[in-house]
Design a protein around this ligand. Sequence first.
Ligand code: GUN
Ligand code: ZN
Length: 433
Amino acid sequence: MREAYRASILHCLSDPGASGDTAAVEFFDDGLLLVENGVVAEVGNANTLLAQCGDTKVTDFRDKIIVPGFIDCHVHFPQLDIIASYGTQLLDWLNRYAFPVEAKFADLAYAQELASIFLDELLQNGTTTALVFGTVHAHSADALFEAAQLRGMRVVAGKVLMDRMCPEELRDDAETAYRDSKALIERWHGQDRLGYAITPRFALTSSDAQLAAAGRLASEYPDVWIHTHLSENHDEVAAVADLFPDSRSYLDVYDQSGLLRERAVFAHCLHLDNEDRECMAAKGGAAAFCPTSNLFLGSGLFDLQAMRSRNIRCGLGSDVGGGTSLSMLRTASEAYKVLQLQNQSLPPARVLYLATLGAAEALYLDDKVGNFARGMEADFVVLDPAGSSISARRTAAATSIEETLFALTMLGDERHIAATYVAGERHIAKSRH
Ligand code: GUN
Ligand code: ZN
């Protein structure tokens, strides 16, 4: 099965950096993306490639821009219904909003309903790959994986581990955390496009014994992911320092438990010192930059320059429900502003990188998704620069692809996603809202 898509096509070959190096980006003004059996066969100029297309069906998106499917490096599917909850910072927000809604996931039918709605929302926003938190209930991970499998999506997820400092009904223990996670790994990891992430919520909600159990699992399964939160909020960082007096830093708590290695993704990473960053870089840990959440919860400003200058892998995360949008366009817009506050540049090419190839590198999935190199899985988004009347006016006046892309990322939302393709298949919502 071979199909072709004609549009402006844009993808990253590497990190364009803070100067927006144009050599890091490939752009075809009138381009063609050739897809065969769900993977990229070729990308290039339409004029050249159409000659060798024969009777291949060509879908015409000529006034649109095709980019790789967006990748969300950190999101909580159970928190969809508490998005935009008023007035608190992290630790109060968890107690007041996050824990109560997560308790509802004891009900399998509710978990299944939310999983379906959540994944359709991701796809409607152009997100085709995500690293996702479940709840403490093992069946929350089952529900998400089943819904992702039905949609053919690349999803990495896990059940949450937490055995203290949270409501009784949301606790597991070191032993059940280990046993349930292991069973889920055996059931789901590597099935179709699914992967498992060992998911201790954060250092405050896991005992030493549970962190050690998570570390044991991580060493037994070196190719599964590790997904947790790190250094988000000042009160949280202080509480971790009190609870773990023998650790040099918050990151060191995870490192000592065997949870800092390749395929470990840490959400936030706001209040690190340079020793932490050197350690993360050396061990291959990655960071999820979650600007809407960091602003909404008043947590702090992500220092992209300090991370990328050490080659720490970084991708964007929505962190819904702490974050305020599943849209990677809206997330990118806030990322730009967070960096502006620190006098750092975020050129449009780098925005694209953080939402696609950079995020794929953070998840160690850049051999599968993130750009249109031959053989990559054909996940892509068709962006509509005229998705709203204001963006239509603004992009009509643009004189370069950089200008169009910048305006789209500042003004964009789901109205600017004309279509989303997953492994070469156009997405049609499967849940009923
Ligand atoms: N830290 C521990 N749990 C959470 C969570 O659910 N959301 C955010 N933003 N931070 C956390
Ligand atoms: Zn989070």
